[in-house]
Design a protein around this ligand. Sequence first.
Ligand code: NCD
Length: 315
Amino acid sequence: MTAAGYSFPHKHLLGIAPLSGPDVTAILDQARAFEDVCENTEIKAISALSKKIVVNLFFENSTRTRNSFEIAEKRLGAEVVNFDAGSSSISKGETLLDTAANIQAMRPDLIVMRHSAPGAHALLARHIEASIVNAGDGAHEHPTQALLDAYTLRERFGALDGINVAIVGDIRNSRVVRSNLWLLTKMGANVTLVGPPTLLPPEIAETWPGVKLSNDFDEIIPGMDAIMMLRCQFERGTGQYIPGQGEYVKYYQLNAARMKMAKNDVAVLHPGPINRGVEITSEAADGPNSLILRQVANGVPVRMSVLYLLAGEKT
Ligand code: NCD
């Protein structure tokens, strides 16, 4: 399934930062093989994770990511346990490590976790035997989102090397952008981050020196092959960094007028959930250039691939 002589060397997926280019390619190639399983209506599930127990541990809200993981797990034949932090002992004051120790005592094979604390997964990985998959940790990383974005871009352009990608909006608060920065720069894409100065932390240039930063969306649009819009994360305080929504919309919303400035075949992406009428209008989100629902569809084979490479029976 993967290139001759290569075997996936990681026990956990804590972020994109620790992955090599060949690791990313292995995940995307394996996902391509699983896409056939997802699209074949005759085959509902395969047995690569049969008898394996996967715990989905979501301490933060999620619709798409959580459902996508659950479908991926079921398509691989795993036993799935959903642990909802709202209805768990967390709400009674149990610490993350105590919760983890209790879950570990039940011997799961894989834990898929979303948590508001950056680094929560790395902490868990030191105390637990199961493989840990990061489904989002604060504003740090969201590796499977970046992998499904990369898969969608590779499907559209054939390769990531050399494509011009703009990531636009609430860079400051976005874990999606951090995982995408690691991934796209490793794979040779040219990345431009766009947003108002207050949402574009200059330290980004220290960690990813090749990445361009711009406050002028209109100026960079014509040169882009793909435009990835980010949600304004008002629940993380984005409102305090912008003068007002009207001002933000004027300069940074992807709308019909800006679509006209772009290449005819520009690809439009958004990780969801969309704030329609804020960072993107319906014309751009639902128009012919939009790959947004393709991203959602691709999330399933990409997550199957990650789970399989970490813990699957390689027969
Ligand atoms: C993102 C997230 O939760 O990090 N959404 C997602 O996983 N599909 C982005 C966001 O919430 O804006």
